[in-house]
Write a protein that binds this ligand. Structure first.
Ligand code: 13P
Length: 259
C-alpha cells in the first residue's frame, strides 16, 4: 500500500496556439471525471501560461512551467523566465532538466541542480527529469547515469529537498522520447526501483514518499501496464498530451491502477 498519489503531467513542449489550447483544455475539463483520484498537471509553453491559467481556473487541473532560469533574482537575462513569474502565473510545478534542455541547450548536471534549488526557493515543486541515452543503455551504463544525474541534485540540494512532496522525479529514457519506442513495463519499473533505492540509501521515509513518473512514448495502450509498476507513480506525457482523448485515456489508465 502506498500513499503516493498518481500524477499525470502533460508536457506540451513547444506546441500550441490560443485556439488549440482552448480546445484541448476544455476537452480535458470535460473528461476529468474519468480520472478521479489522479492529480492532473499541464505544462504549456511560457507565453500561454496566463491563458491556460484562466482556462483551468476553479478546476483541479494544475499548472506547471517547462523550464526556469537558474537565477534567484530577476534581472538582465534576456529571454529567460524567472521562477517567481511562473509562480505569479499560477504554476505549482516546473520541469527541470528535461532531456531536450540537456541535449539541445547544454544544461549540465550543475545547471539542473541550480534550477532545482531556485525552483524550490521560489515555492515551485521541481519535476526533476533524468534518463539514459540509447548508447548508455546499450553499454550497461543506465544505473550509473541515473545515479550521477540524481546524485548531482541530491548533493547540491540535500536529501531533505525531496521530503514531503517537495520534488517529483521523472524517469525519461532518452531513446523512448518522441520515438514511439517505449520502455517495457519491466525496464521502467527496474529503473524506478533503482532511483528509489538511491533515495533510500539516504533516507527511507523520503524514498517511500517521493513520486517517480515515467516518460517516453506513453500512449493510451501502454499506460495502464506502465503504471502498474510498484514504483511508477504516474507519467510525464509529451505527444499524447496534445490529444485530449489520448491524455484523458492515459489519466484513466492511472486511475484504474489506484493502489
Ligand atoms: P513523448 O511522450 O512525446 O515521447 O515525450 C515524452 C517527454 O519528453 C515528456 O516530457
Amino acid at each position: 500500500m502506498t500513499q503516493r498519489q498518481y500524477l499525470v503531467a502533460g508536457n506540451w513542449k513547444m506546441n500550441g496556439s490560443l485556439e488549440a489550447n482552448r480546445t484541448l483544455v476544455s476537452g480535458i475539463l470535460a473528461g476529468l471525471g474519468q480520472c478521479a483520484g489522479v492529480e492532473v498537471l499541464v505544462c504549456p509553453p511560457a507565453p500561454y501560461l496566463a491563458q491556460v491559467r484562466e482556462l483551468v481556473e476553479g478546476s483541479r487541473i494544475r499548472l506547471g512551467g517547462q523550464n526556469l532560469a537558474d537565477q534567484q533574482k530577476a534581472g538582465a537575462f534576456t529571454g529567460e523566465v524567472h521562477g517567481a513569474m511562473l509562480r505569479e502565473l499560477g504554476c505549482q510545478y516546473v520541469l527541470v532538466g528535461h532531456s531536450e534542455r540537456r541535449s539541445l541547450y547544454g544544461e549540465t548536471d550543475a545547471v539542473v541542480a541550480a534550477k532545482f534549488k531556485v525552483a524550490q526557493a521560489l515555492g515551485l515543486v521541481p519535476v526533476l527529469c533524468l534518463g539514459e541515452t540509447l548508447d548508455e543503455r546499450d553499454s550497461n551504463r543506465t544505473e550509473a547515469v541515473l545515479a550521477r544525474q540524481l546524485g548531482a541534485v541530491v548533493e547540491a540540494a540535500g536529501i531533505a529537498a525531496f521530503a514531503a512532496g517537495r520534488a517529483v522525479i521523472a524517469y525519461e529514457p532518452v531513446w523512448a522520447i518522441g520515438t514511439g519506442r517505449t520502455a517495457s513495463a519491466e525496464q521502467a519499473q527496474s529503473a524506478h526501483a533503482y532511483l528509489r533505492g538511491q533515495l533510500a540509501e539516504r533516507d527511507a521515509t523520503i524514498a517511500g514518499s517521493t513520486r517517480i513518473l515515467y516518460g517516453g512514448s506513453v500512449k493510451p495502450d501502454n499506460a495502464q501496464e506502465l503504471f502498474a509498476g510498484a514504483d511508477v507513480d504516474g507519467g510525464l506525457i509529451g505527444g499524447a498530451s496534445l490529444k485530449c482523448g489520448d491524455f484523458l485515456a492515459i489519466c484513466a489508465g492511472a486511475q484504474s491502477q489506484l493502489k
